[in-house]
Structure formats: structure tokens, C-alpha cells
Design a binder for this molecule. Structure first.
Ligand code: ATP
Length: 133
């Protein structure tokens, strides 16, 4: 079966360089499934999961925004932060979610609230991806 190369890159370096049968990504306009031979495209990503399917296994990655570039034989994800599910520190994500929820309840000013909502989204994404099978 044909595979597609997948590179996930952050400013801190590569997070994963692997091959997949199929990639599922959460773009700003919805979830897309990418198979080898997909037409070239670039799309902005949501704070969400990237799922790499290979044979009977799935590798899940928490991706915090950024872009996906698709070419027929390679998918590149460029994001400020991305973590493999197995690298996620669940206790840290739970602490971050709790802190953000408390800050939102304290009703910070509008700009702060937007930043804290993003903190909360990242923490929830990490918790969800950590719990994915
Ligand atoms: P925290 O408040 O816990 O620092 P954060 O959302 O502010 O979370 P980021 O600014 O998104 O953290 O990320 C900073 C660095 O820490 C990045 O390298 C990111 O991959 C890593 N990171 C953040 N939270 C976790 C986590 N729960 N598990 C593993 N790595 C994490």
C-alpha cells in the first residue's frame, strides 16, 4: 500500500517524521482526510488533533494552530507547538485548564479573556489528544 510522508515541525525542532497511510487534520474549515496522491494545498489548522493512521495503529498529535501543506507524497505541518499524545504531561494540562477556568471566572478584561480562552483551548486539546485511542 502507498504511504505519505509526514513531517511535523515547530520552532523547537521536528516533532515527528514518519510515514502514514492516511492523515486526518482539523483545518479551520473542518476535518480533512489526506491519502497519498492528494492534490497540493495549504490550509490553516485549528487547535486540534492530527491523526496519523498506519496499518492498524494511529498516532495522535496535539497541534496548536499553524498550517498544513499537502503535496501528493508529503504532508508538512508547521505549528508553534505540537506534542505527540505519548509526550503530553496530563497533570500539567489539567493544571493549565484549571488555571484558565479560574481566570475566566475572575472576569479579566476583554483582551486577557481572549488569551485565557486560547490557554484553555490548548489545555483541553492536550487532554483530549492524550485520551484518544
Ligand atoms: P502551560 O501553562 O502548562 O505552560 P501553555 O499552553 O502555556 O501550557 P505553551 O506555551 O503552549 O504552553 O507551550 C510551551 C511549551 O511547553 C511547548 O514546547 C509545548 O509543547 C510544551 N507543553 C505545554 N504544555 C504541555 C503538556 N501538558 N505536555 C507536554 N508539553 C507541554
Amino acid at each position: 500500500m502507498k504511504t505519505i510522508k509526514v513531517n511535523i515541525v515547530t520552532p523547537n525542532g521536528p516533532v515527528s517524521e514518519t510515514e502514514a497511510d492516511m492523515v486526518i487534520a482539523s483545518t479551520e474549515t473542518g476535518e480533512i482526510g489526506i491519502l497519498p496522491g492528494h492534490i497540493a494545498m495549504v490550509a490553516p489548522l485549528q487547535i486540534g488533533a492530527l491523526r496519523l493512521k498506519k496499518d492498524t495503529t494511529t498516532v495522535n498529535v496535539a497541534v496548536h494552530g499553524g498550517f498544513i501543506e499537502v503535496r501528493p507524497d508529503v504532508v508538512t505541518v508547521l505549528a508553534q507547538n505540537a506534542e505527540l499524545a505519548t509526550d503530553i504531561d496530563i497533570a500539567r494540562a489539567q493544571r493549565a485548564a484549571k488555571r484558565a477556568e479560574e481566570q475566566l471566572q475572575a472576569k479579566a478584561d476583554k483582551l486577557d479573556a481572549q488569551l485565557v480562552e486560547l490557554d484553555l483551548k490548548r489545555a483541553i486539546n492536550r487532554i483530549n489528544v492524550h485520551n484518544m485511542k
